[in-house]
Design a protein around this ligand. Structure first.
Ligand SMILES: [Cu+2]
Length: 518
């Protein structure tokens, strides 16, 4: 039975995930072992413990913290039950004929060799008894040669990612470096990661995930994937609407939208700005002050909040993003419109000597003149054999042959042509990119002729997007232009790009691509 009453917000303190301890730390590499386990965890004061799947049995998983140029190896172990506790649709890609519980880990935003990237078909079952067709190695290698950034690791198994992440398989992966350290940003207990996700619950405290779309049209399989999922409850770091007691000083928060489908437009009830210092791919050139921050699934924002003038105040972080985004149902101000609360009720434990430098970092150049190749990549709606909505990239399916082969070292211009009515957060593995601009186009004309006819001027990215990205919001009726640099990696081989709405990537809105020798 679905839980109908609303849980009381702001009764539980915010949990802060612990930092994962390595098995060994040698000059050649630091070695970690991470087990995926089923456990029960209290997600709210008034809920019985909830069955979750967590890395090291925790939801969110422990934070992996590494230094730039510190080679890391991780043995990811599946110790999960044979059966899934959420409804598994056997008709979608990757599911039929394969074991029900499959896992593979993608370190999102981490540049890694293709055999360690968490290819969706590199899945494995408990004890590696069965493995997918792309499985190559048990121990993943992460060179961490990239700049400092807020990254995350999560499940990525084909056709079941939405259920595995929903069950709890997600955690932070932070890369630090000397440049960032020299900036004197708030750190230690004043630096806190915030994983924002939506969930729904059954009356017994278990996670609710729809078995079929409602109403279910006749002939639909049971269970059947839903076109998107929106929970009625917001969790931060695995706790329903938590609160955090803070000192009147500056804090650094690493915001991550780890939801299946939900976007967030965040604001603070105090009216204070988010002082944003970083995007998906690390520090921005300089801080920007924004009154609201929109994050699609998988997007991150590194922000500083200054509570020094708010002693004794209670500040609520709210959400106003419709679901689906941008033209869906408005949020309920008493439920999905709430995220968490900051209570400025702690005495100052020491003087706040942290600073917000005017200059943060030099972003790698993105020379348009060096773009070797322009790709038109469309996002389109279709229907599957059951009449269900099917979203596709380039009008192709996951299993269709590779059509995108960028050269190692090159810059490309990708034009994401969104013909659908929704925003899709598009994630490219292995690279980071800058957003060039977005431009509205005539969708009907494009659908008829395959040609772009623009209906307005290009619009530059908003201030909160002016850094390195690995996930970009491709808005409906717009061409979103991004410049991926295939020289931020030194690896060739097969990777993927996909929509990060998990219900979309699980049902064909994902394509393989291959980085080839330059
Ligand atoms: Cu999508």
């Amino acid at each position: 039975m679905r839980l109908q009453r609303r849980l009381t917000p702001f009764v539980d303190p915010l949990p802060i995930p612990g930092v994962l301890k390595p098995i060994s730390r040698k000059p050649r590499f630091t070695f970690y072992v991470v087990r995926m386990m089923e456990t029960f965890q209290k997600l709210h004061r008034d809920l019985p413990p909830t069955r979750i799947w967590g890395y090291e049995g925790k939801y969110p998983g422990p934070t992996i913290e590494v230094w730039r140029n510190e080679p890391v190896r991780v043995l990811w172990l599946n110790q999960l039950p044979k059966r899934h506790f959420l409804p598994v649709d056997q008709t979608i890609h990757g599911a039929r004929g394969n074991p029900e519980v499959r896992t593979v880990v993608h370190a999102h935003g981490v540049v890694s060799p293709p055999d360690s990237d968490g290819h969706p078909d590199a899945w494995f079952t408990r004890g590696f008894r069965e493995t997918g067709p792309f499985f190559q190695r048990r121990i993943y290698r992460y060179p961490n040669t990239q700049r400092a950034a807020t990254l995350w690791y999560h499940d990525h198994a084909l056709g079941i990612t939405r259920l595995n992440i929903y069950a709890g398989l997600a955690g932070f992966y932070l890369i630090r470096d000397g440049e960032e350290l020299s900036l004197n940003l708030p750190r230690g207990k004043f630096e806190i990661p915030l994983l924002i996700q939506d969930r729904s619950f059954n009356r017994d405290g278990s996670l609710f995930y729809p078995r079929r779309p409602q109403p279910a049209s006749p002939g639909l399989p049971d269970p059947s994937i839903v076109p998107e999922f929106f929970g009625d409850t917001i969790l931060v770091n695995g706790k329903v609407w938590p609160f955090l007691s803070v000192e009147p000083r500056k804090y650094r928060f690493r915001l991550l939208n780890g939801s299946n489908s939900r976007f967030y437009t965040l604001r603070l009830s105090s009216g204070q700005p988010f002082i944003q210092i970083g995007t998906d791919g690390g520090l921005m050139a300089r801080p920007v002050r924004v009154q609201s921050l929109t994050l699609g699934p998988a997007e991150r924002a590194d922000v500083i909040l200054d509570f020094s003038n708010f002693k004794g105040k209670t500040i609520t972080m709210t959400n106003s993003a419709p679901a689906p985004y941008p033209d869906g149902d408005p949020v309920n101000p008493r439920t999905t419109g709430l995220v968490m609360q900051f209570r400025v009720n702690r005495p100052l434990s020491s003087r706040d000597t942290s600073s917000i430098p005017r200059r943060l970092s030099a972003l790698p150049p993105t020379p348009l003149s060096r773009v070797r190749r322009v790709r038109n990549l469309s996002l389109v709606e279709s229907n599957d054999r059951f009449g269900r909505l099917l979203l596709l990239l380039e009008n192709r399916r996951w299993s269709d042959p590779i059509t995108t082969r960028p050269r190692l070292g090159s810059f490309e211009l990708w034009q994401l042509i969104n013909t659908t009515p929704d925003t899709h957060p598009i994630h490219i593995h292995e690279v980071h990119f800058r957003i060039l601009n977005r431009q509205p186009f005539d969708v009907n004309h494009f659908n008829r002729t395959g040609k772009l006819r623009f209906t307005g001027a290009p619009v530059p990215p908003s201030p909160d997007e002016r850094g390195l990205k690995d996930t970009v919001r491709a808005n409906p009726g717009q061409v979103t232009r991004i410049i991926p640099h295939f020289g931020l990696t030194s690896f060739t081989g097969e990777f993927v790009w996909h929509c990060h709405i998990l219900e979309h990537e699980d049902w064909e809105m994902m394509r393989p691509y291959r980085i080839v020798r330059g």
